[in-house]
Design a protein around this ligand. Structure first.
Ligand code: PMP
Length: 431
């Protein structure tokens, strides 16, 4: 098995990139800060595979951080985008494909009666905060420790542990006066959420219905129904940030999985099939508050871009219930295989999945909060990550990120992945 790989070309590109971009990247996590070593310089992808600039081949479980539910460069998406492209790349005017994609989303998520497309999840979440504040006439927002909702000022707020913290900015440049309006609470801590909602007038309670941004953390059974009740009792809007979970954790997303309907929802990733698309939406009477029918302003030159709409339509069109169920089953095989490997090597381990989103921690005890996640063995994770990479398996470069799966990961790809991961974990443990 190949355990060292050529890297000269990637290193050369990264040296040039470092002169042009902070850290050599256009989004921080790509710099491999969580695991060290040279970042991945991607050159090409097809199906379950991705190749770096040196020609090394990897079985890919990053999948562009979630969007590529059909794998890299699926023919249906390539064809749809090239067809759309012949008619023009952007109009800045309404097009039929936008309506078709909104229809398709509403078919699976009937609570998305109206949507507005944006180009990034950050924009969608940022606008939800504005909209919720405008609708309720309140300014506080409750978010949960370890949840990520993009990089708008309102969400870059340090997660306080235990008690509600009046938010401190997580990043220089975020005004303290604004950060103060974002309250944080431990994920899965219903009592604390209730206390905060009683104490502060909340515009919104916002969460990742399954967390993918501090590892893969599922809600306890009472958590989401409990938040719905708290929101109803206190007049806050309940917001699901489904940028990552949408069209992954269940065919119809979190509403289907948990039987709880949010007031507003953010979507992204899968709905753009690898092109820049996100959306926010919900009940008609709430969405009517957005300009031009309402006063809450939000806009975008490239919003609803025809190529992006075509990619999203092709992706959701191909992602039938049957295909979704198939990917879910394959994800189950991968996760069980990883549990078996960890047991064989005698390392503390837990892994789980919902639909095609999955994750693991080097820790035996259940993980319900970001604090729990931080108790996992991150040193072993780093060794395992690099050992896997040397063996041609591309995992998310952080112990606190979810993994993804695609319809292109068939039996053979998963079996090969497990063989390589077995060897990688052996090497990581022996190191
Ligand atoms: N919300 C969630 C749950 C996310 O996972 C992300 C991105 N990973 C975002 C929002 C932000 O989306 P984007 O990177 O498209 O701005």
């Amino acid at each position: 098995m190949l355990t060292s790989r050529p890297s000269a070309r990637s290193a050369e590109i990264m040296a040039r990139a470092r002169a042009r971009f902070p850290g050599g990247v256009n989004s921080p996590v790509r710099a491999f800060g969580g695991v060290g070593g040279e970042p991945f310089v991607a050159k090409r992808g097809k199906g379950a595979l991705v190749w770096d600039a040196d020609g090394n081949e990897y079985l890919d479980y990053i999948l562009s951080w979630g969007p590529l539910v059909l794998g890299h460069a699926p023919d249906v998406v390539l064809e749809a985008v090239s067809r759309a492209m012949q008619d023009g790349t952007s109009f800045g005017m309404p097009t039929e494909r936008e309506v078709e994609l909104a229809d398709k989303i509403a078919e699976r998520m009937p609570h998305m009666e109206m949507v507005r497309f944006t180009s990034s999840g950050t924009e969608a979440a940022m606008t939800i905060a504005r909209l919720a504040r405008a609708i309720t006439g309140r300014e506080y927002i409750l978010k949960f420790e370890g949840c990520y909702h993009g990089h708008a000022d309102a969400f870059l707020v340090r997660a306080g542990s235990g008690v509600a913290t009046l938010g401190l900015p997580d990043s220089p440049g975020v005004p303290a006066a604004l950060a103060k309006l974002t309250l944080t609470c431990r994920y899965n801590d219903l009592e604390e959420a209730a206390r905060i909602a009683r104490e502060y007038p909340l515009a919104a309670i916002m969460l990742e219905p399954i967390v993918g941004n501090s590892g893969f953390i599922e809600p306890l059974p009472e958590f989401i129904p409990g938040l719905r009740k708290i929101a109803d009792e206190t007049g806050a809007l309940l917001v699901f940030d489904e940028v990552m979970t949408g069209f992954r954790i269940a065919f119809g997303g979190a509403r289907e999985r948990f039987g709880v309907t949010p007031d507003l929802t953010a979507l992204g990733k899968v709905i753009g099939g690898g092109l820049p698309v996100a959306a926010y939406g919900g009940r008609r009477e709430l969405m009517q508050n957005v300009a031009p029918t309402g006063k809450v302003y939000q806009a975008g030159t490239l919003s609803g871009n025809p190529l992006a709409m075509a990619a999203g339509l092709a992706t959701l069109g191909a992602l039938t219930q049957e295909v979704h169920d198939g990917i879910t089953a394959q994800t189950g095989v991968l996760v069980q295989g990883m549990r078996d490997i960890a047991a064989r090597h005698g390392v503390p381990f837990s892994a789980s999945h919902s639909g095609s989103m999955w994750g693991f921690f080097f820790r035996d005890e259940p993980v319900h909060t970001y604090d729990d996640a931080k108790l996992s063995d991150t040193v072993l994770f780093k060794r395992f990550f690099h050992a896997a990479r040397r063996r041609g398996v591309s995992l998310a470069p952080s112990a606190f990120e979810a993994g993804f799966m695609s319809s292109a990961h068939g039996d053979a790809e998963i079996a090969e992945t497990l063989t390589r991961l077995d060897d990688a974990l052996g090497a990581a443990v022996a190191q």
